[in-house]
Ligand binder design. Structure first.
Ligand SMILES: [Zn+2]
Length: 212
């Protein structure tokens, strides 16, 4: 479902470009809204969410899918935690569909899916691990890296229940906007994957905007 935002970029309190392959980690306060903007199109933003006041509470794909009775995320989706609390709500979306079942790329999955020599290639999990190592004070560790959302990524489920990593449905300038329903830590890996069409084989920058 597509719904455009009423917010004006000129009023944003923060605007940051995240280069392909970099991470973005920030706290978003309850009531703030943030936008992930696909600057050049066909880019995947692999994102984790934690309760900033107690990071042992974090985003749960199973709770989210069960409560909304739909596999895909778009406007109106409430992103739930492992305690079934609503963490964020998608309030605008010009892409129309986001994935939360495909998981994130890792050197191990690159090896299994593609080939042994792909193991040394940069993957989202490495970006998250680097982010957590550089922000030890948050108290989030490797074991807290669990369910994620792949914003802008297209993972349709076949009639037989299979997952397919399809060509992206995003395009330059498309965005998704979320309002925080609690204080949340947002950790985005701007996906460096080169082996499947989720980034159109060409990882590109995104921009993150925040409004009060
Ligand atoms: Zn990735």
């Amino acid at each position: 479902m597509v719904r455009e935002s009423l917010l004006n970029a000129e009023n944003a309190v923060l605007r940051e470009v995240v280069r392909a392959g970099d991470y973005w980690l920030k706290e978003i306060k309850k009531g703030q809204t943030f936008r992930i903007l696909d600057l050049e199109g066909n880019q995947a933003a692999d994102t984790l969410f934690y309760n900033a006041d107690d990071p042992s509470e974090r985003y749960s794909a199973t709770d989210t899918v069960r409560e909304q009775r739909n596999l895909y995320l778009t406007v109106g989706s409430q992103l739930r935690s492992n305690l079934n609390n609503v963490m964020l709500e998608i309030v605008a979306d010009t892409c129309g569909r986001h994935d939360t079942i495909g998981g994130a790329c890792a050197t191990e999955s690159n090896t299994v899916r593609y080939s042994l020599e792909k193991r040394c290639m940069h993957a989202c999990r490495d970006s998250w691990m680097l982010a957590l190592a550089e922000h030890e004070h948050l108290g989030i560790s490797k074991r807290d890296i669990t369910h994620n959302i792949n914003f802008f990524m297209n993972v349709p489920v076949t009639r037989d229940g299979g997952l397919t990593f399809a060509d992206g449905i995003s395009a330059p300038g498309k965005y998704v906007e979320l309002r925080a329903c609690m204080n949340v830590i947002v950790l985005i890996s701007n996906c460096p994957q080169l082996n499947n069409p989720c980034n159109a084989y060409n990882p590109t920058p995104i921009e993150v905007l925040v409004w009060n």
